[in-house]
Write a protein that binds this ligand. Structure first.
Ligand code: DP6
Length: 328
């Protein structure tokens, strides 16, 4: 807490899932149907300041300098959980800014909600354990829990534990410094948001049950690959999880097609690089952008290859980074 103003600023980074979360076990609680495993990107950041103010009658959100009256509802829902947990009724002014383009498809909601929870908790002078903050962030957006931690992170379903999900770091960023090259292939907003897409898939896809059944094995394989720094094994399970998720999306009715032609070209280019012995693999989320994960020595070669795929609008590169934290 900073004096009487009850204000704090936090920084959080986006994360990219290598074993994907898609589907909810409980919509009201935003409880994921599957665990997930991700890497946190250090080169891109969301900075959020939360100031609780007794004069305010409702929460206010400024996103990249502009008041956002639509997104404030979800932010308010998130603050409300913290208010209840910490016993206050104060409303807040939230100012949040990304240093990366939202259209880059880099899950700004993950870094956004992670920064929001950490800043609001600090502003209220709370001392909840990080695990509980992650579970609070998860209720706002599933992927946000993972941005509470740096490096390699796993969100596990823990119905027997103190919280229904437990998120933890499984390897610090410096222990295996991978690089991520994002190929931006379109800049418009996506047609179907993740939450809506998940609900449609669960309701209509004949493949949904087998997707949920496969997840524990993929998580175990990825956990093992990370523990032994086995790039080939991580490449195999990550691409499998990504392609299975997109297969699932395609099998919804109506099918969800998040890719464009350039997305597909990039996937072929990355597979070609790997055949040539370059340590790189791909993943794609609920949008058309392609994320290439590589060993640091391959970054320049990957950037060069993806930069020449027709339709690639821009490239963004980042190493791994730390979890959400109070700034200053
Ligand atoms: C494809 O975390 O955005 O990026 O919990 O409904 O807010 P909500 O969903 P969100 O979904 C992320 C889906 C994904 C895969 C992943 O990050 O694991």
């Amino acid at each position: 807490m900073s004096g009487l103003s009850c204000s704090a600023t936090a920084i959080a980074h986006p994360n990219i899932a290598l074993v994907k979360y898609w589907g909810k076990a409980d919509i009201a609680e935003n409880l994921p149907a599957v665990g997930s495993l991700s890497i946190t990107l250090g080169g891109l950041a969301t900075t959020t300041t939360v100031a609780f103010d007794p004069e305010l009658r409702e929460d206010v959100l400024l996103l990249d300098g502009r008041e956002d009256t639509a997104a404030v509802r979800r932010v308010s829902g998130c603050l409300e959980r913290l208010r209840r947990r910490l016993g206050t009724s104060l409303h807040a002014r939230v100012e949040s800014a990304n240093d990366f383009p939202t259209a880059a498809g880099l899950a700004s909601s993950a870094s956004g909600f992670a920064a929001l929870v950490v800043a609001a908790h600090a502003a209220l002078g709370g001392n909840l354990p990080r695990e509980e903050l992650a579970d609070l962030a998860r209720r706002c957006s599933g992927s946000a829990a993972r941005s509470l931690f740096g490096g390699f992170v796993e969100l596990a379903l823990t119905p027997e534990g103190p919280h229904p999900t437990t998120t933890r770091q499984i390897l610090p960023p410096e222990a295996w410094p991978l690089e991520v090259v994002v190929a931006v292939t379109a800049t418009g907003p996506k047609e179907t948001g993740s939450t809506e897409g998940m609900l449609l898939t669960e309701r209509t896809s004949p493949c949904y049950r087998s997707w949920v059944r496969q997840s524990p094995a993929d998580l175990a394989a990825a956990r093992e690959a990370v523990a032994s720094r086995d790039f080939e094994a991580l490449a195999e399970v990550s691409e499998a999880s990504c392609l299975a998720m997109h297969g699932l999306m395609l099998s919804a009715r109506p099918g969800l097609i998040y890719w464009n032609g350039t997305t597909v070209e990039c996937l072929h280019r990355i597979r070609q690089l790997r055949r040539e012995g370059i340590p790189v693999f791909f993943t794609v989320d609920a949008g058309p952008q392609v994320k290439a994960i590589c060993l640091p020595e391959a970054t320049a070669r990957v950037e060069e290859a993806l930069g020449t795929v027709p339709g690639v609008v821009r490239l963004l590169s980042s190493g791994l980074g730390e979890g959400a934290r109070v700034a200053g």
